[in-house]
Design a protein around this ligand. Structure first.
Ligand SMILES: C[S@@+](CC[C@H](N)C(=O)[O-])C[C@H]1O[C@@H](n2cnc3c(N)ncnc32)[C@H](O)[C@@H]1O
Length: 252
């Protein structure tokens, strides 16, 4: 997959992206999708359904910035799930980073967040969003401190981790029940690109010994527990729940 762009001066950066994430090798699997770069950054389109709109990662403006400023801070369910309400700012390994939205919420609340993403196109979108955030005058300083990306599969990366994060955060793609209008257009593009993460059960087993405090698994409200393991506690929101496996309390 070659990134399309009208500006010649951006080519070195785009060549770097293509090489770093092996986008050239992704050509077969990604037919039906195209990547474009312009002054708003890198965007993914579904070529046969252009009305669905584009996916890009923007931490500086838009929904992510709005949630950072007005989203409820440490009172949010995700913050409680990772243990932020107890006054701690844990080191969080987000082993299924996706577009980095949950990671960004945690980083903006003071957590140091290490992101793992294995899908080349998703990783490229996330990397590009991070570069723009690192260069932003307002959020750049703490973003550089608090958010970093490692491209690869957590199935391998968790086994290679040298230091223990306080929390491992998992949010694998779960098959959606229906393709309704309720599923946001952008989410449909993402689902079609990534599919379901059918190998996610193993991640809990890799994550549990690594986390020093807890593993947090985000699930749709209708999904079974990951790997059928009952969590120590659950925090529920309107459509999702966070299954929390507290280290001392989890029965093996
Ligand atoms: C539902 S999305 C995560 C969304 C994310 N929490 C957010 O807020 O943007 C799941 C992502 O996890 C990635 N993923 C699944 N299994 C993975 C693994 N073993 N290693 C790295 N990434 C993985 C998928 O490629 C997908 O991008």
């Amino acid at each position: 997959m070659v990134i399309k762009c009208a500006f010649k001066e951006c080519r070195p950066y785009l060549n770097e992206l293509e090489t770093r994430f092996g986008l050239a090798h992704w050509a077969d699997q990604s037919s039906g999708f195209s990547l474009h770069y312009d002054d708003t950054g890198l965007s993914l389109y579904k070529t046969d359904e252009p009305k669905l709109g584009a996916i890009s990662v923007d931490f500086v403006t838009g929904a992510a910035a709005h949630r950072r400023k007005f989203g409820g801070g440490k009172g949010q369910a995700i913050a409680k799930a990772v243990g932020l309400n107890k006054g701690a700012t844990p080191i969080v390994l987000d082993a299924t980073a996706g577009l980095g939205r949950d990671g960004f919420v945690l980083a903006s609340l003071g957590c140091k967040v290490i992101l793992h993403e294995r899908h080349p196109v998703v990783a490229a979108l996330l990397y590009d969003g991070l570069q723009r955030a690192y260069n932003d005058i307002e959020i750049g300083p703490w973003m550089q401190q608090n958010m970093s990306l490692i491209f690869g599969s957590s199935h391998t990366l968790l086994a290679q981790c040298e230091s223990m994060p306080d929390v491992v955060y998992l949010d694998p793609m779960f098959p959606h029940r229906e393709k309704s209008a309720l599923v946001k257009k952008e989410m449909r593009v993402f689902q079609d690109l990534v599919g379901a993460d059918t190998d996610a059960d193993d991640l809990l087993e890799f994550a549990y010994p690594l986390a020093s405090k807890r593993v947090v698994v985000k699930r749709p409200d209708y999904a079974p527990f990951l790997n059928d393991k009952t969590p120590s506690m659950q925090i529920k929101t309107k459509k999702n729940r966070f299954d929390v496996y507290v280290k001392a309390a989890m029965k093996k």
